[in-house]
Design a protein around this ligand. Structure first.
Ligand code: ATP
Length: 325
């Protein structure tokens, strides 16, 4: 069950929040506001898909608050976040920040001093990005924008010279950040090799040793879009133009299942209208602002492909990822 611990409503107006310069505490508070309003959407008027996503949000929230933050302190850099600008890690980042705010506020409730005497203790969120692929310019600028927006202290391996495999890149990250004990990863059961993963587990013996925190495992693709589109947060523009999963420039194309010569009536039934219209601060003008781009190449693709969130079948999600020989 979702417990309302009586945190005061978020004071900012949501439809102007992209332009606002927020501190990490403020963006964490906004994420808490997004999560709690999503969970309060009236059951009677929600679709089955939204209800299912509410349950997924509750589970992830509970993993963070009851199973993870009770073992590793998120406020003193024991936990880092694996971030590459993709939709799964963005959803998880919003939920992580929301839980971080709730954890902080629960601490204040137990303290003898009022909230006014406390300051959010983190300025930056420890984050690791293994940038070994040549990335899309649109993804690079999205990552830079979100580094500022979510106050990520992004470690990017490229800046330190590239090595060949993920394991040694993580090893270098741990050498440079020795207080890191656990890393949050936005992997899902439907990802390749994701089927048998657990929410909390040690890395394999041939990897540098850290705890993998994977509280998004049970989410499906539709849950990801349901919450991300509701959030009103800016989304990497590539998804708007037919991409559904992002690898490097040379091995990722828009998803062939979304290519259309003619848009059918079935295509026109948009599954996430409820999420968009109930999103805090909804207005038709600010909806598209969240994901559109000026890049002419992408705009051209947008005429041939439906947006990524029109694809709901998990097994088709990676059809745009070209296998390397
Ligand atoms: P998408 O599938 O749409 O690209 P995504 O990148 O978030 O979204 P995956 O590619 O399935 O999801 O990757 C799973 C998770 O692994 C990510 O959410 C992120 O936490 C982590 N991850 C993947 N690639 C990297 C990377 N290069 N650097 C850091 N973390 C990564």
């Amino acid at each position: 069950m979702y417990i309302d611990i009586g945190i005061k409503p978020f004071p900012h107006t949501h439809n102007t929040h992209y332009e606002e310069e927020m501190t990490l505490g403020q963006i964490a508070e906004l994420c808490y506001h997004i999560t709690s309003t999503f969970l309060k959407l009236q059951i009677a008027s929600t679709t089955e898909l939204t209800r299912n996503t509410q349950e997924a949000v509750l589970r992830t929230r509970s993993y963070f608050l009851n199973d993870i933050f009770t073992q590793w302190d998120p406020l003193n850099s024991e936990i880092s976040f694996a971030y590459n600008g993709g939709k799964d890690c963005q959803v998880l980042l919003l939920l992580y920040l929301s839980a971080l705010w709730e954890h902080y506020m629960l601490g204040i409730c137990k303290s003898q001093y009022d909230q006014a005497y406390h300051n959010f203790p983190l300025k930056k969120l420890p984050t690791v990005f293994i940038n070994s692929n040549e990335t899309f310019p649109a993804l690079e600028s999205f990552i830079s924008m979100t580094v500022n927006r979510y106050h990520l202290s992004l470690y990017e391996d490229k800046k330190y010279g590239c090595s060949s495999d993920m394991a040694s890149e993580f090893e270098r990250y741990l050498e440079l950040n020795p207080s890191t004990k656990a890393i949050v990863i936005g992997v899902r059961h439907t990802d390749p090799f994701g089927e048998k993963l657990k929410t909390i587990q040690m890395t394999d013996s041939n990897w540098p040793q850290f705890i993998r925190l994977q509280p998004l495992l049970e989410w499906n693709l539709a849950n990801v879009w349901s919450f991300l589109l509701y959030s009103g947060e800016p989304i990497c523009p590539l998804y708007r133009y037919g991409y559904t999963s992002l690898g490097g420039v040379n091995d990722t194309i828009p998803n062939p299942y979304l290519k259309r010569e003619v848009v059918s009536d079935e295509d026109k039934t948009f599954k996430f209208q409820f999420e968009l219209e109930n999103s805090v601060g909804y207005s038709p003008e600010n909806v598209t602002k969240r994901w559109e781009t000026q890049d002419p190449n992408l705009i051209e693709l947008g005429e041939q492909y439906l947006p990524g969130w029109y694809l709901l079948e998990d097994f088709k999600e990676r059809a745009g990822r070209i296998k390397k020989c």
